[in-house]
Ligand binder design. Structure first.
Ligand SMILES: *Cc1c(COP(=O)(O)O)cnc(C)c1O
Length: 430
């Protein structure tokens, strides 16, 4: 059993005992595990138990924990001072690298979180188009800025409603919600009021409702609507950037967004975000242009060091092939175990990420499909794996993450353990 005294102590001083709600075990029950140390594909808890880690700090740890070359670059950088509040060479190096790797980037601004990057990209889009309305998709997450904390309202409303107390209705009245993979709905919004829409923001592979792939034609339709009505297409690649391929989802699908939001991997595990796009758009930002955006710790040298070391590693030959092979092996193995134990189940992968769904009704295409999955089965599955030293996200609404430190050995052990977990799910359902 997990010693709950660590969590009890945290709960006395930190709301819910966590500094980000996804870390709590609210969706699966039980007590969050306190981790002490990470190495490669493994996390070690405060009592020394080891876990194969499929959370990867929610995305950044694509080269595994405590990678020696990342640690070394951090140490060398930190020894020269932590933060200057002036321009410095590592941030230019990072910007150069991002623009080389991500097809749509000509200029980029570095910030401290994905939330901040998405919020700033929206402000820029509104500033350059002189329009207020934005479209986002149910189940896509773009951080917790007010304008993006929105859920679908009742059918009669054209705009969303706040998904949290504290967000004024007036802040989200310009945010419209559409269903992922529903191009028709987006076309209908545009034909009614396309001239009011500043931007569409979308996760080009959704990774915050499990892992949901865009259907052929969906992203193309978004691009087309934006082109026809002078709106901007924003790809939020905080999760998919450098995870589904070296140039993100935009390279994978060959679609060029106007603005791209990045985070996670580019900080190598330290706090980071970035947004960028065509030079002409990015030059509308202060100090060149009128759209204000700023940050005391933005482009921090230590963060840049961790990120650059990580980006160097993913540039090695065969990096994504190996990652993709691991993902395919895992997903295939899980499907076979589910079949063998007669559990209806779907698994999808996108190179460095995967989604597992206890669904009974065909492919998962949008948020409503994810909501229809059997949360209770996921809860059982999660705890059975946790007991066997395998750490999945403590919620069925999260994607799973692989790293280059995961090998066939970890995958095969996971698939074997999943057999007993599926067995438990089947028994519970009988
Ligand atoms: C994690 C995430 C964010 C928010 O990033 P933070 O650094 O947690 O603020 C935004 N968009 C997507 C797609 C994400 O996965």
């Amino acid at each position: 059993m997990v010693d709950s005294s660590w969590f009890d102590a945290a709960c006395r001083r930190i709301p819910g005992g966590v500094n980000s709600p996804v870390r709590a075990f609210g969706a699966v029950g039980g007590t969050p595990v306190f981790m002490q140390r990470g190495e490669g594909a493994y996390l070690y808890d405060v009592e020394g138990r080891s876990y194969i880690d499929y959370v990867g700090a929610w995305g950044p740890m694509i080269v595994g924990h405590a990678h020696p070359s990342v640690l070394e670059k951090i140490k060398n950088t930190v020894a020269q001072g932590i933060c200057f509040g002036t321009p410095h060479p590592l941030e230019t190096e990072m910007a150069e690298k991002l623009c080389q790797l991500v097809p749509s980037l000509e200029k980029v601004r570095l910030v401290n979180s994905g939330t901040e990057a998405a919020m700033s990209a929206i402000r820029l889009a509104r500033g350059v188009t002189a329009r207020d309305r934005i479209i986002k998709f149910a189940g896509c997450y773009h951080g917790h800025a007010d304008a993006l904390l929105v859920q679908a309202g009742s059918g009669a409303l054209t705009h969303g409603v706040p998904s949290s107390p504290g967000v004024p209705a007036s802040t989200v009245e310009h945010t419209e919600i559409a269903q992922y993979n529903n191009a028709e709905e987006v076309r209908a919004i545009f034909s009614d009021r396309g001239d009011q829409i500043a931007a569409i923001i979308v996760e080009p592979i959704a990774g915050n409702m499990g892992c949901v792939l865009p259907e052929p034609g969906f992203l193309e339709a978004l691009r087309d609507c934006c082109d026809r009505y002078g709106s901007l297409l924003i790809f939020d690649e905080v999760m998919t950037g450098f995870r589904v391929g070296p140039g993100g989802a935009q390279q994978r699908f060959g679609i060029t967004p106007d603005l791209t939001v990045l985070g996670k991997i580019i900080g190598g595990g330290l706090p980071v975000g970035a947004f960028g796009g065509r030079a002409e758009l990015m030059e509308q930002l202060a100090p060149l242009g009128p759209v204000y955006q700023a940050g005391t710790l933005s482009g921090n040298p230590v963060t840049m060091a961790a990120g650059l070391a990580t980006l160097d590693l993913i540039g090695q030959d065969g990096f994504y092939e190996a990652l993709g092979d691991c993902a395919a092996r895992l997903v295939q193995g899980l499907r076979e175990q589910a079949d063998a134990h007669d559990v209806s189940f779907e698994a999808v992968e996108a190179t460095g990420m995967f989604g597992i769904f206890f669904t009974s009704g065909g492919p998962v295409r949008c948020y409503a499909d994810v909501q229809a999955c059997r949360a209770e089965d996921y809860r059982l599955f999660f705890h059975h794996l946790l007991k066997q030293g395998i750490y999945l996200a403590p919620s069925s609404y999260e994607a799973g993450f692989l790293s280059s430190a995961h090998t066939q050995e970890e995958i095969d052990r996971t698939v074997e353990a999943a057999g007993t977990a599926f067995d438990a799910v089947r028994h519970e359902n009988q």
